[in-house]
Design a binder for this molecule. Structure first.
Ligand SMILES: Cc1cc2nc3c(=O)[nH]c(=O)nc-3n(C[C@H](O)[C@H](O)[C@H](O)COP(=O)(O)OP(=O)(O)OC[C@H]3O[C@@H](n4cnc5c(N)ncnc54)[C@H](O)[C@@H]3O)c2cc1C
Length: 463
């Protein structure tokens, strides 16, 4: 990259992807950089608050350890000792089934079972559905070809009952997504890779057997940060320093400069030149922001749809009786608006004061876009009613805390790979332009971090 010493690298957006990109740029020796963030604070959808001894996570509440980029970045910024593992629990999660909570079979991994016994015993699935799972294990049926939806792929392999009872609620709880619309290969790439080689069930079973026989200490599935997820963006922002991070500075346009480099226009009318640009704002923002630079790129970014969501925390100073584990998922056919519930104080005990309880209910997603439009009292009442109806929690919560996330969850719908290819082809025409964020190759915090790191690598041009 020719940074020329005078023009900085510009990063647009200080969500976790943009902040990870900035950290990585400095790790690679690029000190001349500016991060522009539209909001008054960095972190994007990562928002933590503490009140009355409770810790509320409005956005992500933890991250998977299997993808190591997030835990490694936490350690690198000095938050290694603040990493907190989720509690050990079995059953870990429940599924609402015929208005009762049934345990998610131990070893169930999104769409197939890594262990046979719990699936044979579960009341969630009928015997024909169990037989279907067994058939996939023994001899996977001819499966869908091309870029099939999650629903078509799961129906073809495991049957409609597995889709409706287990996969749809899991997908809604994690991606806020509609299985009929989401691409199997783009949304669940690990399973798509296994599917390409044969039976998914058999591959999961083998992996589980290997890790049971292995000598490695098992990793916790999820970790969070002691003082809240927001500690990570705060630490990254502090390391950047006020001279490199400008909050409340929305970029409104990017255009090429004659002879190379870019000019950024900001909402306050200021113009800033940059040697290279990492676009780490949501893809949908790129429609207006990158139009002048490349109309086709802007249009391709706009073709990535987003879903909205709302999280409702119900805090109780005196804990009601609850099932064990981390929470439950609610399939749509149960007639509830709730998508998923987390028993926060049972997943991460430090997030509630002693004797207290914290429930987090998740609403909205692609299948219920109107939920975010409900006002606070409607959402609070809905959550309290569902807590009573499903969990038998009659007591009113002492505090209710609501976060809305309009158009915040990118959806990797059928055609996503083709859209990414189009975006990559257009992006390649603009030397020094890189894209980062959850809209492209993984929606979790570790994926967003990895995308920021990859963008920094791209603009520095070094491996
Ligand atoms: C409710 C919810 C729960 C989630 N739960 C989990 C979880 O438990 N675990 C997990 O791993 N992942 C979870 N995720 C996903 C994960 O948190 C996100 O995918 C990830 O944090 C997105 O990071 P990002 O930097 O790509 O985007 P964002 O966080 O959206 O950041 C983009 C930034 O760009 C800024 N911006 C926008 N426009 C402009 C502009 N014009 N100029 C400058 N800046 C601009 C925005 O203000 C924002 O700060 C959850 C997401 C949501 C919404």
């Amino acid at each position: 990259m020719s940074n020329g010493g005078e023009r900085p690298v510009a990063v647009i957006g200080a969500g976790i992807a943009g902040l990870a990109a900035a950290w990585e740029l400095r790790r690679r020796g690029v000190e001349n950089l500016r991060v522009f963030e539209a909001a008054p604070r960095p972190g994007g959808v990562i928002q933590s608050e503490a009140r009355n001894g409770f810790r509320f996570e409005g956005g992500p509440d933890s991250f998977l350890t299997a993808k190591t980029s997030a835990t490694e970045l936490c350690r690198a910024v000095g938050l290694g000792d603040a990493l907190v593992a989720c509690a050990a629990a079995q059953p870990r999660s429940w599924i609402l089934h015929r208005q009762r909570l049934e345990p998610l079979p131990e070893g169930w991994q999104f769409l197939a079972a890594a262990r046979a016994g719990p699936v044979l015993r579960t009341r969630l699935l009928s015997w024909p559905a169990k037989l279907h799972l067994a058939r996939e294990f023994a001899a996977p049926a001819a499966v869908t070809t091309g870029d099939a939806s999650v629903a078509d792929s799961v129906r073809a392999r495991f049957g409609a009952e597995v889709l409706d009872t287990l996969v749809t609620p899991l997908l809604a709880g994690v991606y806020g997504g509609d299985p009929e619309a989401l691409s199997f290969a783009a949304t669940l790439p690990r399973f798509a890779e296994l599917a390409a080689k044969g039976s998914i069930g058999r591959a999961l079973w083998r992996q589980a057997r290997r890790s049971r026989n292995g000598s490695q200490t098992p990793q916790p599935l999820f970790v969070t940060l002691q003082d809240g997820m927001e500690s990570l963006p705060r630490a990254l922002a502090a390391a950047l320093g006020a001279e490199r991070l400008r909050c409340g500075a929305a970029v409104t346009a990017v255009r090429p400069l004659p002879g190379g480099g870019y000019e950024l226009r900001l909402s306050d009318g200021v113009q800033a030149a940059a040697a290279a640009v990492i676009f780490a704002a949501p893809a949908r923002v790129g429609v207006a922001l990158l139009r002048e630079l490349d109309g086709e790129l802007a249009a391709a970014l706009g073709a990535i749809p987003y879903a909205s969501a709302a999280t409702v925390h119900l805090a109780y100073s005196s804990a009601p009786a609850l099932p064990s584990g981390f929470g439950f998922l609610a399939p749509r056919r149960e007639g509830r608006r709730l998508l998923a519930a987390t028993f926060v104080h049972q997943k991460f005990p430090h997030r509630a004061p002693p004797g207290g309880a914290l429930l987090r209910f998740f609403y909205g997603g692609a299948l219920d876009p109107e939920a975010v439009a409900l006002d606070d009292s409607e959402l609070a009442m809905l959550a309290s009613e569902e807590a009573r109806g499903i969990l038998g929690v009659g007591a009113a919560p002492d505090w209710v805390h609501i976060h809305r996330w309009p158009q915040a969850m990118p959806q990797y719908t059928v055609g996503h790979a083709e859209r990414l290819a189009r975006i990559a082809a257009r992006q390649a025409r603009h030397p020094g332009l890189a894209l980062a964020g959850a809209a492209y190759r993984g929606i979790g915090v570790p994926d967003a971090i990895a995308s920021g790191q990859a963008a920094a690598q791209l603009v520095t041009g070094a491996p």
